[in-house]
Design a protein around this ligand. Structure first.
Ligand code: PRP
Ligand code: ORO
Ligand code: MG
Length: 185
């Protein structure tokens, strides 16, 4: 990424947490990337958006990301691409919908962006939300892919950094077995 070390950015901003965390998917992990802590710095956010934009060559009409993490990221990536910045929000029923007032024109091409992909479930929901409005996904970009190669979206998936952080089901979590308190972040 243009001379910028993403892992170093997470580290120096205090966004790389160690402990025992409950993930969106319900899995547990000793590591957590708190992207809001990194993205609160506009210059770092812009650098990340520029780097994500550079991973893709296909022209796009808009970028979409799942709230909350995907909102700032959609904005900075869209700015770098000269595209519109949309976002999807949780619909309260386990899915996502495109934010009211944001229009997708039938056939528009979009890039989906995500801060951290663990299972890929969240960004997949945002992709489906944009597709239901008539958009066509041409790529998926993430700051960090911690899916261990398991995330697939039917469009090219590229990340600035791949990390091999373990995750566990609650039943098989060694941190639970040691009685380490679980943090919901
Ligand atoms: O790949 P997955 O298994 O879906 O997990 C990763 C998702 O979890 C986090 O979002 P979360 O909804 O926890 O919080 P946010 O509202 O801060 O984005 C992160 O921002 C990703 O969207
Ligand atoms: O899987 C998650 O929910 C998750 C992992 C991570 O490292 N960071 C984050 O914001 N969410
Ligand atoms: Mg998120």
């Amino acid at each position: 990424m243009g001379g910028v070390d993403v892992l170093e950015l997470y580290r120096t901003t205090g966004a790389l947490l160690e402990g025992h965390f409950l993930l969106r998917s319900g899995r547990h992990s000793p590591k957590f990337l708190q992207s809001a802590t990194l993205l609160q710095h506009p210059l770092y956010a812009e650098a990340v958006g520029q780097a994500l934009a550079e991973l893709f060559e296909e022209p796009v009409d808009f970028v979409v990301g799942p709230a909350m993490g995907g909102v700032v990221l959609s904005f900075v990536t869209a700015k770098a691409l000269g595209a519109r910045a949309l976002f999807a929000e949780k619909d309260g029923q386990g899915g996502m919908r495109i934010r009211e007032g944001l229009t997708v024109h039938p056939g528009e091409r979009f890039l989906a962006v995500e801060d951290v992909v663990t299972t890929g479930g969240s960004v997949q929901q945002a992709i489906w939300a944009a597709e239901r409005k008539g958009g066509r996904c041409v790529g998926v970009g993430a700051i960090v892919d911690r899916s261990a190669g398991r995330a697939e979206f039917g469009a090219p998936f590229r990340a600035l950094l791949r990390l091999d952080f373990p995750t566990y089901t609650p039943e098989s979590c060694p941190l639970c077995q040691r009685g380490v308190p679980l943090q919901e972040v």
